[in-house]
Ligand binder design. Structure first.
Ligand SMILES: C=CC1=C(C)c2cc3[nH]c(cc4nc(cc5[nH]c(cc1n2)c(C)c5CCC(=O)O)C(CCC(=O)O)=C4C)c(C)c3C=C
Ligand SMILES: [Fe+2]
Ligand SMILES: [Fe+2]
Length: 334
């Protein structure tokens, strides 16, 4: 995949993000959603109950609507979703930087392609006998981080010769992560003619049931919010933590971003900025859900200014952060 040869590399790094359909048509989306929503880490229901609902109802209706959403954000140049394009770009930029250290960087998707299996195979073929698995989720959740690990170990289960495998837990308050977020927020705000009355920190939600069962995700999000507010010298009121992307009938973590922003104009809060620190790359949940849907909601309720602050993506500070994490996690391997 990369321009850089990595035949002599002995350490492999696999960046993994959530997933992506191969196209925006009904069947591509259906295939992707079916794999994603059949994951028992994501939907904690018995298959006996859930599969008939998924196959009969969800996968009949949701792909069409989701396909329209993906079409609006699809990267026409690369014919890929933004999540795939950005993750690839992160991997390519890191490869150029880490080539000297004999490290081979690859990227994969937990659902869809390129798969974790395909990329572990490839890294082994390149001579990597040690692999650092890096789920690109700053905040740990069993629904995201753990399922990446599950899949990698399932791949290893089939191998006679296994590479050494290290996993990354999270980096919710890593100083370089907080620094990168601070800088991107500041640079973005400096360009605005009217400063926002609030900066919302919007994280992907999780069913409360999972948190009650022990998923540390809510604490992880709070860790990020507390560290970022401290770094910026701002209050909890000015930078509230909110949750987005609800799915299904469960009760999800709150406060829900849609409820919060609907109330703001009534409180004379008319200019807001939104950032989604939980995503390392812009995707459907940011480009479409925040920058399109919530923008319309806020302006429709009487808001005057809505600005979306992009994810870290392949910003130089994001690459510095990932490089720092890699060097910390491979200690003792070089
Ligand atoms: C019960 C369902 C879901 C849980 C739990 C969940 C957790 C979770 N997801 C992310 C990150 C992303 N999710 C994305 C899309 C997405 N998520 C769900 C459902 C759950 N997510 C669905 C059904 C979808 C598809 C879109 C939709 O139908 O609304 C994405 C975007 C992918 C893209 O291609 O752009 C990301 C990223 C996290 C971090 C998380 C738990 C912490
Ligand atoms: Fe999700
Ligand atoms: Fe969504």
């Amino acid at each position: 995949m990369n321009n850089v040869e990595c035949n002599s590399s002995k350490i492999g790094v696999l960046l993994v993000n959530l997933g992506t359909p191969e196209g925006t048509d009904y069947w591509s989306i259906r295939r992707y959603l079916s794999q994603f929503l059949s994951d028992k880490r994501v939907i904690e229901l018995s298959s006996f109950l859930w599969q008939p609902i998924l196959q009969g109802f969800v996968l009949t209706f949701r792909p069409r609507r989701l396909g329209r959403s993906y079409s609006r954000i699809w990267d026409k140049k690369y014919n890929k979703s933004p999540l795939a394009v950005i993750t690839q770009s992160q991997a390519e930029a890191l490869q150029i930087d880490l080539n000297k250290q004999n490290i081979c960087i690859e990227w994969a998707m937990r659902y869809g392609k390129p798969s974790i299996e395909q990329k572990i195979e490839f890294l082994q073929q390149q001579g990597c006998d040690r692999i650092l698995l890096m789920p690109l989720y700053p905040q740990y959740s069993a629904t995201t981080t753990a399922t990446v690990n599950d899949e990698a170990f399932r791949v290893l289960m089939k191998k006679r010769i296994q590479p050494a495998l290290r996993t990354l837990y999270s980096f919710a308050d890593h100083p370089d992560y907080i620094h990168a977020l601070h800088q991107t927020i500041q640079t973005h705000l400096d360009k605005l003619s009217t400063p926002p009355d609030r900066i919302l920190l919007s994280f992907h939600g999780l069913p409360i049931r999972y948190v009650n069962a022990g998923d540390p995700y809510e604490q992880e999000c709070q860790k990020t919010a507390v560290a970022l507010r401290k770094k910026m010298g701002k209050s909890k009121e000015y930078m509230p933590l909110v949750y987005q992307s609800r799915f299904g009938p469960d009760k999800w973590l709150g406060p829900n971003i849609a409820d919060v922003i609907k109330e703001y104009p009534k409180q004379n809060i008319r200019n807001i900025a939104v950032i989604a620190p939980g995503f390392m790359a812009d995707c459907l949940e940011t480009k479409e859900e925040i920058d399109h849907e919530y923008r319309e909601t806020f302006l429709g309720e009487g808001g005057e200014g809505f600005t979306y602050i992009p994810c870290l993506n392949d910003h130089p500070l994001a690459l510095e952060l990932l490089k720092k994490i890699i060097n910390q996690e491979i200690q003792g391997w070089i």
